[in-house]
Ligand binder design. Sequence first.
Ligand code: GDP
Length: 690
Amino acid sequence: MMLLTRKMIEIRNILQTIGQSGTLTLPSIVVIGSQSSGKSSVLEAIVGHEFLPKGSNMVTRRPIELTLVNTPNAQAEYGEFPALGLGKITDFSQVQRTLTDLNLAVPEKDCVSDDPIQLTIYSPNVPDLSMIDLPGYIQVAGHDQPPELKQKIADLCDKYIQPPNVILAISAADVDLANSTALRSSRRVDPRGERTIGVITKMDLVSPERGRDILSDKKYPLRLGYVGVISRIPQTSAIFSRGSGNITSAILKNEHAYFSAHPGEFGPHSEVSTGVSTLRKTLMQVLEQTMASSLAGTRDAISQELEEATYEFKVQYNDRPLSAESHLAESLDGFKHSFKAFAENFGRPQVREMLKSELDQRVMDILAQRYWNKPVEDMDVPMLELDPLKDLPKADSESLYWHRKLDASTSSLTKLGIGRLATTVVANALNNHVDSLLASSTFASHPGAHKQITDACTSILNDRFFSTSDQVENCIKPYKFEIEVEAPEWAKGRDNVGRVLKEELKACESAMKHVEDVIGKRKLRDVITFIDKVRKGDVVLEGNGEGGAGGFSAALLERGREGLFLRDRADIIKMRLLAVRSKQCATQKNKYYCPEVFLDVVADKLTSTAVLFLNVELLSEFYYNFPRELDSRLGRHLSDAEVERFAREDPRIRRHLDIIRKKELLELALQKIESIRQLDGRNRKPERAP
Ligand code: GDP
């Protein structure tokens, strides 16, 4: 018979885990009573243990949602606070301490809180019941209590004594029933006394006649009746019962001794109900009946919730199934797929092009420094009165000066630290590509996994960095001593450097255009003319022109210098472009006239060699290891909890998972309710039969 209550409690727990307990209420027994009416004693007598907070200072400040679960074959009795995850607590004084702490955590100024504490007690000695203990009513607030406390408690209790809950109204026999706050409160919400059970405690404190009169009260008749109890724990056994011993039998013995001593008042023919065990039975039956009658309503409420969840799932998520594991697996697969596609398109040719254009820039820098400037101190070549700009086109192939100049330029290039440079360029490119793949993958909204992936990438690249860089440096070493150039190489170099110079010219011109746009074409021309005059010595500039000069501000002069530099640079490049394209530069015999071409050839040789080793040492290694590292960081080695956490990182996925879970749990709850209804129907049928 008790199956129903138990199943309903199970259903309530399911609903609670999806946070639906608010909308889908299942009936509970709500316990109300004045302070010291014996409310705690009654609850403890039912449970068989002292577990409620005790003390003079208003110790129940939060509702306690007490679920009793009968475990017929178990030995152990224990409590559990499902929301706290403390595990099974077999020592009931520990349960008591925890409840006290949870209650005292409510700030003094708030007095009471309507945030319930959930406690489940498992025992072979308890019935399946679901009860809510509320703070005891007070008459007047104590001197250290806020004046509004009385009202706050009353309001909190009012919230809970609404239908379909059953009210357990506790009153003490030694207080006039007319003064019982519990009965007065229940009468307001249940005027016909249909869902209130009256409990009269402390029956031993009044005469048996008076006791019997109270129990057969007609002033506030209750359909479910009054039960008289003596729930005080007998003193002698109290010492033994602390902690784990069960107190039920001591209480029952004590009660039985009293009630059976007065058979006239309380005997089998007296028509009054007495005793904690009678109370227990009443509670079980009443709760069972109440639950049964709320079954249809609960089922309707659940199906409606389920319909809404199903609709949301369809509309928002297109009925697409999803689990945390499948989400991770799909994300990882998708990412590895896009990485593979990238890897197929980023091989030797691409690395070569990247590296060569990096070296092209270095070549331009070296040329500017050693050839395209007016003669400045050049440590590597003897100081001759030669202007590389003017004299380069006539460079004598026998001249030591031009030999040294080209040698120095070449070794600037070969000794640049090509190994490091090349490795950095490729490693950065890989890093950036992984970043951009990530940005357009599902991992973009998973900060934790995103970090794992970038970490995997950098750790592999870091691991490979030094050996790759060393290898490359070693292999280009021969070029530091000697460079032989074949005719086709020269032709290719000449072609290429022509292109690079043209690019460089374009860059100069667009930078010039930018300066013009900023200060105006005319103004730029004026300031350049002025600076030109200063250079030629036609005008004397005081200091550096920091405070401005010639009617131009310092900032303007600065822009002027920049413009001048760009103009000169563009002029030189135009001139060198002509030279490179001229017949003079057609063969490598004239390499001293054409350092641009020669350096390009060197850069090309360096690039080819570097790429060979970068490919083996860095690219192939990375392409092999990266997907494996991803698997080990995100695939196989995550616990279920980590996979769940990963999936929940993405708010969209979290909502998707939540709605699926909600749907599943509601379906489960509904299924359970249906099975109860079937059972219930079967139980009832014989009754209906004629
Ligand atoms: P609460 O404040 O309503 O929870 O009341 P308690 O359960 O703490 O009881 C208040 C006091 O009444 C305690 O000292 C109990 O020992 C005592 N008490 C409770 N029930 C009985 C009873 O049936 N008979 C007698 N004599 N005392 C009782």
